[in-house]
Write a protein that binds this ligand. Structure first.
Ligand code: ASP
Length: 464
């Protein structure tokens, strides 16, 4: 077979014979001639099968969504047929041969128009077809590009990409854990990570200094348009840094990434605002700084929010953390934390990045000394035994020379939704779950077999 030419490169081959491979988007049988739109991952092109073409018979067998290898001559279109501003609007393929690589049944919905109006069940059952639609193609590639650019930035800045375990111990991130039964230790369970928070801090103790990971996080939360059970973070941790160091470097990463992608940022450097001022001014810690005109032009309005309260009261009157129990208070309030005084007034080093009314990322400088971390847990009313049980391993690790460190995590889906102008998570995730928590295409959750249950030592209570 001759080498494949990508559809976006056809214009470089005017006058020559080439072979493209892809799908049939449109077929228009006009009696004598048959017209096609062919599509691959790089674009679409019009093909014409003339009455005398050797391909005229096979052209009549081919249907929409067939997978084909098409050989033909790239012709400039006559002046009157040129479609300006469109990829390949000035060329067409004079088809000489069509090889059917795979036939296709008629898709259950039209993938050539906006699929966001299709019912969720159908769309997710046939997600692989939905992914062929223009919008999903664009969103998936936008996501890939965003991650690629962040990754490249981080590598250029001495970061190492390191994976942390998925089967791990429950972490105090504030949500419910997903748990996995252990066959080797019946009655015992792993938890899937709500974030790599503790491992990334342990990597700092391990001398890695600059870590990042494109990390899957799993939280058993109530599902919403912008929140799923699993999501992906660009997770970062750095040693020997102040709050300003982390914020500046991450601002540089986001700025260079989105500007390289062609987006406009409303204000640089990103405005910084205290939590109290934000609440007074905007009534929320996630606010939208865009004007109507900015919105129409797809402008990105970033802002940092800092100086959050470290603690808040729970419904039963105890203190709990607002963001992250591993954070350091701001330096001026360290003394109060160590003494356990004025807990409601203590501010944390937490920084949140907001963009267009949503949270783009968040992180903090961490308590890197065991006595500081312990004071945080004491402030939340925990006994020495409870503290040992929950974070004994962290306190132990911090005894061996932990560098001052801090980090941040950016939710990829949330950021891509902003860039793509989408309001639903499912538009930026390849295989999202349904609103009811069912997986796309595959069939989970589902019952285990009796054999599996026995192996795991699990008995299911039959609900009446
Ligand atoms: N672990 C935090 C989160 O998942 C992010 C961080 O503080 O780095 O929100």
């Amino acid at each position: 077979m001759s080498t494949r030419t990508y559809i976006e490169d056809l214009k470089e081959h005017v006058g020559s014979s080439v072979t493209i491979q892809g799908w049939v988007s449109v077929r228009r049988d006009q009696g004598k001639m048959v017209f096609f739109d062919f599509r691959d991952m790089t674009g679409t092109v019009q093909g014409v099968v003339l009455p005398k073409s050797p391909a005229i018979e096979s052209a009549r067998d081919v249907r929409t969504e067939f997978v084909v290898a098409v050989t033909g001559i790239v012709n400039a279109r006559p002046e009157k047929n040129v479609q300006t501003g469109k990829l390949n609007g000035d060329i067409e393929l004079q088809v000489e041969g069509i090889e059917i690589l795979a036939a296709a049944e008629t898709p259950p919905f039209d993938i050539s128009s906006d699929t966001s109006v299709i019912g969720e069940d159908t769309r997710l059952k046939y997600r692989y077809l939905d992914l062929r639609s223009e919008r999903m193609q664009k969103n998936m590639r936008l996501r890939s590009r965003f991650v690629q650019l962040c990754r490249e930035f981080l590598f250029q800045n001495k970061f190492a990409e390191i994976e942390t375990p998925l089967l791990t111990e429950s972490t105090p991130e504030g949500s419910r854990d997903f748990v996995v039964p252990s066959r080797h230790n019946p009655g015992n369970f792993y938890a899937l990570p709500q974030s790599p928070q503790q491992y990334k801090q342990l990597l700092m103790v391990g001398g890695i200094e600059r870590y990042f990971q494109i990390a899957k996080c799993l939280r058993d939360e109530d599902l919403r348009a912008d929140r799923g059970f699993e999501f992906t973070q660009i997770d970062v941790e750095m040693s020997f840094v102040t709050r300003d160091d982390v914020m500046s470097l991450m601002e540089a990463m986001i700025t260079s990434t989105v500007e390289t992608m062609g987006f406009t940022i409303k204000e640089k450097p990103f405005p910084r605002i205290g939590y109290k001022d934000a609440m007074e001014k905007y009534g929320a810690d996630k606010f939208d700084l865009r004007t109507e005109e900015d919105k129409a032009n797809g402008v990105l309005a970033y802002a940092w929010v800092v100086d959050f309260p470290f603690f808040e009261k729970t419904d039963d009157g105890r203190w709990t953390f607002t963001h992250n129990p591993f954070s350091m208070p701001i330096p001026e309030h360290l003394d109060a934390l160590m003494k356990g005084e004025n807990l409601g007034d203590i501010l944390t080093t937490q920084y949140d990045l907001v963009c267009n009314g949503f949270e783009s990322g968040g992180g903090s400088i961490r308590a890197h000394k065991p006595e500081i971390l312990k004071a945080t847990y004491k402030a939340m009313g925990m006994s020495d035994e409870e503290i040992e049980e929950k974070i004994g391993h962290m306190l132990q690790a911090f005894k061996y020379g932990a560098p001052p460190h801090g980090g941040i995590a950016f939710g990829i889906e949330r950021n891509i939704m902003n860039l793509a102008g989408e309001s639903y998570l499912r538009e930026v995730v390849a295989f999202p779950m349904s609103r009811g928590g069912q997986t796309a295409v595959m069939r989970a959750p589902k019952p285990l077999t009796p054999e599996q249950l026995i192996e795991l030592g699990i008995r299911i209570d039959k609900k009446a």
